[in-house]
Ligand binder design. Structure first.
Ligand SMILES: [Mg+2]
Ligand SMILES: [Zn+2]
Length: 186
């Protein structure tokens, strides 16, 4: 069987505006899609790639918000994406605090590996899109290409200092999507 390619999307700062003063999005009312995101997810959906969300949400174990809150946010986010013609094939969260040293918390690649087993993914031909150095590190350590978007926590100056550097720095998910869909290999 030919192995499947994936686009892994981080959530906060890629899909939705990142939480500002507060460190977490705790309720659906605080969740706002970034401009152009629904359209970009739709475009990615028209390719054969699996689209997989991977996000650290340690606020759950910290007790800042509940698993039920997180589930509600996810359900409404997916509903909005689907009603605009897009799809997300799977959602993975690491809800653990860093002190737990779990295998799923970025920059570790546990969520990518779990998805790879489930969908028979070819990680070397897959791409991670994120707004943080940890997303880039996770992606590259698993053999993926990694795209940094500037819609989240990292500005252009900081982006240029990330080492090893992202494979591409994109203004937003729309620009990342164009880069991804142009690539034959990944
Ligand atoms: Mg993020
Ligand atoms: Zn974890």
């Amino acid at each position: 069987m030919k192995r499947v390619r994936a686009v892994f999307l981080d959530r906060d700062g890629v899909i939705n505006f990142p939480p500002s003063a507060k460190r977490y999005i705790t309720r659906w009312e605080e969740f706002r899609f970034l401009p152009g995101v629904l359209d970009s997810v739709k475009k990615l959906s028209s390719s054969r790639r699996k689209i997989i969300l991977v996000s650290n949400q340690a606020g759950v174990e910290r007790g800042v918000f509940s698993k039920a809150n997180l589930k509600e946010i996810t359900r409404k986010m997916l509903h909005a994406i689907e009603s605009r013609g897009g799809r997300i094939d799977a959602v993975y969260y690491c809800t653990h605090i860093p002190e737990r040293h779990c295998r799923c918390r970025k920059p570790r690649a546990g969520m990518l590996r779990k998805a790879a087993r489930r969908f028979s993914l070819d990680l070397r031909r897959s791409v991670v899109v994120g707004d943080n150095a940890t997303d880039i590190k996770m992606g590259q350590s698993a053999g993926c290409r990694a795209v940094l978007v500037l819609t989240g926590m990292t500005g252009r100056t900081a982006a240029k200092k990330i080492s090893p550097p992202p494979d591409f720095i994109a203004r937003d998910l729309s620009a990342a999507t164009r880069w991804i869909l142009k690539r034959k290999a990944a």
